[in-house]
Design a binder for this molecule. Structure first.
Ligand code: MN
Length: 139
């Protein structure tokens, strides 16, 4: 067996995230076939649009947030679990006035790859963020 080393908390890079986001890798992508990250979003912080080649399960552990696709918005609260299928464009993050933490569990497409395969796209516009956050809180 193998114990993964304690990795330092990483800062989500500005080209992939809006606002302050911190990531602790729990399981680095590797021969086990999936990766797990514990991701902490400060209020209002969120990812850019992106998709995962092998899909992704998000499990909210703290706070309030949302997951958004082209045609759906789901509110994340502690205990919420959401599956986004392979190659479905989406973004996720905290509500404007709440912290949010989730576990992000992503399949590894090719075992030889060190990380899950994410295709990063454009940032979420301020208008789209505000609209989705309002819809999440009405649902
Ligand atoms: Mn995702």
């Amino acid at each position: 067996m193998q114990q993964f080393p304690d990795a330092p908390t990483g800062k989500g890079p500005a080209e992939r995230f809006t606002g302050d986001v911190y990531v602790d890798m729990v399981v680095p992508g590797g021969e086990q076939g999936f990766s797990v990250g514990r991701v902490h979003f400060t209020p209002g912080a969120h990812t850019a649009w992106h998709s995962h080649a092998a899909g992704q399960v998000l499990h909210c552990t703290e706070g309030l947030g949302l997951v958004v696709t082209a045609d759906a918005v789901i509110l994340l609260r502690p205990g919420s679990t959401v599956w986004t299928p392979p190659d479905v464009r989406h973004w996720h993050g905290a509500l404007p006035d709440h912290l949010m933490s989730h576990l992000a569990m992503s399949g590894v497409v090719e075992l030889a790859e060190a990380r899950d395969a994410v295709t990063w796209q454009e940032h979420v516009s301020d208008d789209d963020y505000a609209t989705a956050a309002a819809a999440a809180q009405e649902a």
